[in-house]
Design a protein around this ligand. Structure first.
Ligand code: ATP
Length: 246
């Protein structure tokens, strides 16, 4: 398997203050479902934003190291350019356009990709197959749907941009266990059936380790542990040491 995303000794900080990431190394292979684990404030969101070059919007920046996507140095690339290349982040929780319908929200994900009508219809079909609830709710304003439906719509909108690497931040946040299970099952299915590469940050380590193949644990901005998800899941000490008992 070829390497799709690589962090080489990456440090990042906000407002020129104390670093949020300290020399992080991470390798993600094409077709892998990888989890990024760590307690609250460990640096997961910062790492995902660094990968997508979204830090400048928050007065953050990469101070050291290199990020490679598909073999190319993308450390200072424009976020829109990342999306065009296939690195699609879903980072803002389940932020939807509240007054637009679920279907309109999904279609916004295809904007900027120059997709034609039939490609958009195919994309919608794929998403409705993955999340049948969204099909039922497609005409409803997103603001009137549940948190789980909004999270599914945010994921669906990202998929409409046809990612090669899909980067998700805490898809489980604030959702009931059954909905979390449904969302992770859909992500697993996508990975298995289409080979989509996934990097998913999660505080809910149990559910993430059940679905991902690999995991990286970060603590205080450092990657402290990497390995196969099954191996990490078997290590009960990890939860207590690094994941805040999550
Ligand atoms: P959480 O699950 O709470 O989002 P996290 O693992 O994603 O945690 P980050 O949000 O990446 O952690 O935060 C890492 C560190 O960077 C923390 O010390 C946090 O206070 C700091 N930080 C995050 N965002 C900003 C910001 N916009 N400005 C300044 N400091 C920030």
């Amino acid at each position: 398997m070829s390497v799709l995303l690589e962090f080489r000794d990456v440090s990042a900080s906000y407002n020129g203050a104390i670093a949020a990431l300290h020399g992080v190394n991470l390798t993600l292979h094409d077709g892998e479902f990888a989890a990024l684990l760590g307690a609250n404030g460990a640096g997961k969101t910062t790492l995902l934003k660094a990968a997508s070059n979204l830090l400048p919007a928050e007065r953050g920046r990469i101070t050291k190291g290199q990020i490679l996507f598909d073999g190319q140095d993308v450390t200072a690339h424009d976020p829109a350019d990342h999306v065009r290349r296939g690195l699609v982040p879903v980072l803002e929780g389940r932020r939807c356009f509240k007054t637009l319908s679920i279907e309109e929200n999904l279609i916004t994900g295809a904007l900027g990709k120059g997709l034609g009508r039939s490609a958009i219809a195919d994309g919608l079909e794929q998403i409705y197959d993955l999340f049948p609830r969204l099909k039922e709710r497609r005409k409803v304003a997103a603001g009137l749907t549940s948190g789980g439906e909004q999270q599914m719509a945010a994921i669906g909108r990202g998929l409409m941009a046809r990612p090669r690497l899909f980067v998700l931040d805490e898809p489980s946040m604030g959702l009931a266990p059954l909905v979390v299970a449904e969302i992770f099952a859909a992500l697993s299915r996508l990975n298995r059936d289409t080979g989509l590469t996934l990097l998913v940050a999660e505080q809910n380590s149990a559910v993430a380790l059940r679905h991902a193949q690999h995991a990286t644990v970060i603590e205080n901005g450092r990657s402290v542990l990497q390995g196969r998800a099954v191996d990490l899941a078997a290590r009960h000490d990890i939860r207590d040491s690094y994941l805040g008992g999550a």
